[in-house]
Design a protein around this ligand. Structure first.
Ligand code: GTP
Ligand code: MG
Length: 202
């Protein structure tokens, strides 16, 4: 898919502030610092669209980016170890949770997982929460440029083994790198396909 335009469409501190209308949305979530904002920039080809940072906890609100005037990419606050007071962290978790459960035009949520680490409990638990609430999601293993191919394979296998204890099938899975653009075509094709399927349903 060709990205012709990408505009920042607003920053929302709660679900009710999010843009009105019913354009399909693709959300990005995962632990702080996993690379959500960087992936949005890589996918769109606009390097400074979403703000990134080496310090966890950069994205603190729901940020909408309008793509080709037809659908949104949505950058969500990270969960996990952000160096912020617990009260603030709880507020972001509440905001993201409300968005995930109630946003009717959320077409798919990309759950980002750092390729470098062993399976992390918050990630597994978060995906179980999505499953229980029937939220459509896909996994994206990020920062693949930082690991060797064999380690990446092992990392994904570990997640698969753990998830298959509770799931009959595994979610759609991508491998990405904001550094070398791995995964770009695959993720954009998936978005296009999901978007087209939604149009057929209408
Ligand atoms: P929060 O908004 O704090 O939750 O973080 P985030 O998930 O949006 O992460 P962000 O995109 O800000 O990236 C965090 C750090 O990881 C930055 O220093 C990025 O440059 C780096 N980073 C992100 N993706 C990649 C990647 O694919 N490869 C490499 N090598 N570094 C990456
Ligand atoms: Mg961010």
């Amino acid at each position: 898919m060709i990205i012709r335009s990408a505009f920042f469409a607003g920053s929302s501190a709660s679900l009710k502030q999010c843009p009105s209308g019913s354009l399909p949305e693709f959300g990005f979530i995962g632990r702080s610092n996993v690379g959500k904002s960087s992936l949005i920039n890589m996918l769109t080809g606009f390097k400074k669209l979403a703000k990134t940072s080496g310090d966890p906890g950069k994205t603190r609100t729901i940020n909408h980016f309008l793509i080709n005037g037809k659908w949104y990419l949505v950058d969500l606050p990270g969960y996990g170890y952000a160096k912020v007071p617990a009260r603030l962290r709880d507020q972001w978790t509440k905001t993201a949770r409300e968005y995930i459960l109630k946003r009717e035009n959320l077409a798919c949520l990309f759950v980002l997982i750092d390729s470098r680490h062993k399976p992390q409990k918050p990630d597994i638990e978060f995906m179980e929460f999505l499953g229980k609430n029937q939220v459509p999601f896909a996994r994206v293993f990020t920062k693949s440029d930082k690991v060797k191919q064999a380690a990446l394979k092992r990392s994904i296998q570990h997640y698969d083994e753990l998830m298959l204890c509770n799931w009959e099938t595994l979610p759609v899975t991508f491998v990405s790198s904001a550094a070398n653009k791995a995964g770009r075509e695959e993720i954009l094709s998936f978005i296009e396909e999901t978007f087209n399927n939604l149009l057929k349903e209408d």
